[in-house]
Design a protein around this ligand. Sequence first.
Ligand code: MG
Length: 159
Amino acid sequence: MRVGIGYDSHRLAEGRRLVIGGIVIPFEKGLLGHSDADVLCHAIMDAVIGAVGLGDIGRLFPDTDPRWKDAVSTELLRYVVDLARMNGYAIAWIDATIIAERPKLGPFRPAMAAGLAGALGVEPSAVSVKAKTNEGVDAAGRGEAIAVHAVALLERVRR
Ligand code: MG
């Protein structure tokens, strides 16, 4: 078994779609980024990359590379899972915590978990997505950003 820890955060801005876990969430702002800025996918990718020991996410997906401009992050996640598989590891379990003051994300958790499971190639029961506020503290608490912490457990498989 290998475990990886992942983190990501993006600034909230006007005129952007809010995409979290591959789900478009109705809100007056969206996350700013080179890709679709799907902070949940990025934190999970970071965790998977960490479990395999492939280094920084920015090395795999540099934001100077036009290939990743407006990229759909669930597709990037699929790519990272394929990389893990090529290195002999499969996803066993994902747990993630979204830190967002607004909007309320609870109603979207099942859809996020189901969509992520599809991208990860696992059952929805192997994906845990949680959401909480930051009690008004720091950038996430002031509604300026959304952050995600994630953990990935990978198991060794035959190549
Ligand atoms: Mg990111």
